[in-house]
Design a protein around this ligand. Structure first.
Ligand SMILES: *Cc1c(COP(=O)(O)O)cnc(C)c1O
Length: 401
């Protein structure tokens, strides 16, 4: 990867918040303060000898924006510093990153273990695309540790997990998972989209690969899609080779947006988490709410693990509105301020009803196996004033009675 920063910025000298702001592409002769957008498909060589050296890998330089681009490199470098990983590659979406973190490491005859509650399209890759190519899988429940070790076979190559899970917000012990995969010499691949590196760093526990949908909290403003695969140098080299050939690379514009987004990640996440904690605490005692699930509330079944593993409780919580499916839908229709959309990780607070939308293709039994009851509503808490969020939810609960 071509380094983004002109200064010697290393994770040992500055804190993550500073690194996310100060790591930057070297200024041009215009001496711009904020990195410009590099809309160029290719880069020129000084002469024939430099072209040869770059292609031979003796010199690092950008060649073509499918391989690398200054905006993509800056974004990747910041994320590596935040996640504590050696290297990375950025792609056009979270899904293309997830695919690029699986395809180069799994071949016909290999076996993959994954948590049952993975993101919908990740589920489709694991259960529909990979089996067609001869890669077998076993699903295990996120909170039943003993089943993970029992699922390991001689041909198991990778373990894939999301923690916290969507939308059940269940946790898996990353320290335990790191030790298990090292013991059996299996790659550990973690989708860290829900927590972001500000709240949780899977590589600290031995994750070999960390994948992201940057579309969510990383952008944080609901504007662009993007994704990353981060990890050890030799593993990212395989991801890079796969991506260079197949072309899922991020656009310079999206990388530029996402790199700027990282400058405010810390302050945004603090406020998202404060708002979510306050709103979840308030609703937990509300007479119209049956139950609330938020990682840093003592009522969460894995409260201790959530506290240990995540710096703050995150921006998501779920609740079950009294009155089941119909009441849940009436409640959503009565909301005036909150958005009804399938996304999450936005400045705007979002309410979703997984049973009738994101997880509607699963059977009721499969939904219940991953904790999605009919009355479950997932909130992605934004940056609006807390009073306005409480007032809107209260009026919607009243109206939907
Ligand atoms: C949204 C999401 C994805 C997919 O990301 P896209 O950017 O939409 O392709 C993958 N994993 C998780 C946990 C997500 O929330």
């Amino acid at each position: 990867m071509v380094p983004a920063s002109p200064k010697k910025v290393t994770s040992t000298t500055y804190k993550a918040e500073t690194l996310a702001i100060r790591t930057q592409t070297a200024p041009t002769h215009n001496r711009e303060h904020s990195a410009p957008l590099y809309l160029t498909s290719s880069f020129t060589f000084e002469n024939a000898e430099q072209a040869r050296a770059v292609f031979a890998g003796e010199e690092e330089a950008h060649i073509y924006s499918r391989f690398s681009n200054p905006n993509a490199s800056e974004f990747i470098q910041k994320m590596c510093l935040l996640e504590g990983t050696e290297d990375g590659f950025a792609t056009a979406s979270g899904m293309s990153s997830i695919f690029a973190s699986l395809a180069p490491f799994l071949k016909k005859g290999d076996h993959l273990i994954a948590c049952r509650s993975v993101f919908g399209n990740t589920h489709r890759i694991i259960t529909e695309i990979l089996p067609e190519w001869g890669v077998d899988y076993t699903y295990v429940d996120i909170d039943q540790l003993e089943t993970w070790e029992a699922a390991i076979q001689p041909n198991t190559k990778m373990l894939f997990a999301e923690t916290p899970s969507n939308p059940a917000l269940d946790f898996i012990d990353l320290e335990w998972l790191g030790k298990l995969t090292k013991k059996h010499n299996i790659l550990l691949n973690i989708d860290n989209c829900f927590a972001t590196p500000y709240l949780q760093r899977p590589s600290d526990y031995g994750a070999d690969l960390v994948v992201h949908s940057a579309t969510k909290w990383i952008d944080g403003q609901g504007r662009v899609l993007g994704g990353l695969v981060l990890g050890k140098k030799e593993l990212v080299a395989k991801v890079y080779a796969f991506a260079r050939r197949t072309g899922p690379s991020i656009s310079p514009f999206n990388a530029w947006i996402l790199s700027k987004s990282l400058e405010t990640l810390a302050v945004r996440m603090e406020r998202h988490c404060d708002n979510a904690y306050a709103l979840a605490s308030y609703l937990e005692h509300h007479p119209e709410i049956e139950s609330v699930k938020y990682p840093h509330l003592p009522s969460h079944p894995q409260f201790d693990l959530a506290k240990r593993q995540m710096k703050l409780g995150g921006g998501l919580f779920t609740c079950i509105v009294k009155g089941g499916l119909e009441r849940g839908r009436r409640f959503l229709d009565a909301l005036e301020l909150l958005s009804l959309t399938a996304n999450l990780g936005d400045t705007r607070t979002i309410a979703t009803h997984p049973a009738s939308t994101t997880h509607s293709k699963l059977s009721t039994t499969d939904r219940e196996a991953v904790g999605i009851l009919d009355g479950l509503i997932r909130f992605s808490v934004g940056l609006e004033h807390l009073d306005d969020l409480i007032n809107d939810i209260n009026q919607a609960l009243e109206k939907s009675k």
